[in-house]
Ligand binder design. Sequence first.
Ligand SMILES: NC(=O)c1ccc[n+]([C@@H]2O[C@H](COP(=O)([O-])OP(=O)(O)OC[C@H]3O[C@@H](n4cnc5c(N)ncnc54)[C@H](O)[C@@H]3O)[C@@H](O)[C@H]2O)c1
Length: 256
Amino acid sequence: MHVKDSRVVVTGGASGLGLGAARRLTAAGAMVALLDVNEQRGEEAAAELGQSARFTSCDVTDPENVAVSVEGLKEEFGGIDVLVNAAGVAPAQRVVSRGGDLFDLELFKSTIAVNLVGMFDVIRNVAGVMATNEPGPDGERGVIVNVASIAAFEGQVGQAAYSASKGGIVGMTLPLARDLGGLGIRVMTIAPGIMDTPLLSGAPQELKDSLAKLHVFPQRLGTPEDFGHLVQAIVENPMLNGDVIRLDAAARMPPK
Ligand SMILES: NC(=O)c1ccc[n+]([C@@H]2O[C@H](COP(=O)([O-])OP(=O)(O)OC[C@H]3O[C@@H](n4cnc5c(N)ncnc54)[C@H](O)[C@@H]3O)[C@@H](O)[C@H]2O)c1
């Protein structure tokens, strides 16, 4: 699929990796809608990206909100060609704390609700719109790029909920691609390593430096630009489908 003139939806587009993808794709000539719960950052991000971007306030855990947002963008854009699913949360808690407190079950459920159920809800709504696109010369109607994490494979202490949500995304990638293949829609998942985004903004430089050392080469944190670059490559390469790509400079996370 060509990026130029494509109609793109990016969840979590107000910040970090989602915004990195939005910057890359608008620079390459796409029209991009940023869907996010953070209205202030969303408006600022859309203003930064210029005329080819707009912000839609949307909580991916609210099915009504998702359906209305996607329908609105279908009307406004006349269709949706690319979906980047980058909305996510990353809480950490031990199953049993040193003081004997148990993992908060509501926190476990809300992590799955945002990262996995919310993502699936956006996928099914957007895929419904993509299915009505005129197919391109190669029969393609759409491309969906999900964001998991290497915590899907090597979750660390405290990451039971986060890793469960990201493992779910990895697990659904192939069946989604199989379900949607007949419609000409590809589905890929990116599993980033440690990326320098607002998720890490509170971390001291010392911690960032030690985290960067987990990357074998290059020994630096990944960036939203690295992520945007891979999203564009996935959109443009028609043979990428049903798979997970680690974007982690050969990092393998230790237990903590
Ligand atoms: N930063 C990293 O090191 C890293 C590593 C691996 C995976 N990831 C994943 O990448 C994705 C993006 O993370 P990031 O680092 O850019 O973080 P970020 O906090 O900068 O961006 C996440 C965005 O998602 C939005 N969001 C959260 N809940 C939402 C909801 N219910 N509905 C709509 N939007 C919602 C936030 O408002 C925010 O703008 C996440 O799924 C995260 O798990 C990040």
